[in-house]
Design a protein around this ligand. Sequence first.
Ligand code: KIV
Length: 282
Amino acid sequence: MSAKKGLFDLHEMKRSGQKITWLTAYDYPTATFEEAAGVDMILVGDSLGMCVYGYPGTVPVTMDQCIVHSEAVRRGAPNTFVVGDMPLGSYQACDEDAVRSAIRFLKEANVDAIKLEGGVRTVSRVRAILDAGVAVCGHIGLTPQSSGQLGGHKAQGRTIESAKLVVEDARALCEAGVQLLLVEAVPPEVAAFIRDELPIPVLGIGAGEQVDGQLLIVSDVLGTFQAFTPKFVKKYADIAGVATSALTEYVKDVRAGAFPEEQHCYHMLAGEDEKFAAYTKE
Ligand code: KIV
């Protein structure tokens, strides 16, 4: 197992051109698989709303849910850099809310950093959280919590006006002091410009290859989330298919009396079986 990476290592990876690998995880077993696979970072994303709870989006996700899942992930991946995702309602109202939520992530789930959505408009929250001593990952481009304002889950930066806004968001967050930046669903040339301009690691999801690292949703990668698949996803396994066919076998076996078999049964201790046979005849 490789040593746990911290912010210094992630920044060094950018400087040396080594790609950073990042996946979401929401539970203990998945976190153990990811740590064994050697991912550099794990995000306990509010995408857990869709991937774990079956909500239509991230809006209903609460801080308590994010904490519980972050705790489980931390137990499964004690040697991986874990980022907790601030859900809608945990930071929008005021800086004090933002600091309280960020501190909860650290105290209760022992994460290494928090992530929050928004660029220029989030600068005051970012500064307040950083002042409280918590590392921050910014998130710009397509920001699902405000997808209503963005006109849906749409790629950003596809016009010159929109591209300039994404770049301004990136600059504002970097100036505010974020240690990491996630750029979601923007054209590769916009993400590459930001990567080249900023001294911090710029990670992409749906932002092309010319960034310092890649994030994907583990449920898309493993094929456990089936409602829809964004264009930028590469599916590496069909766990839903494997699981459904295994469970179909189980149902068939039970109905046919083919399970359980002899090897699945407990037996009485030596001599006790005769006593039991006599007892059943009393
Ligand atoms: O919640 C999440 O997993 C995220 C990604 C979509 C970037 O924020």
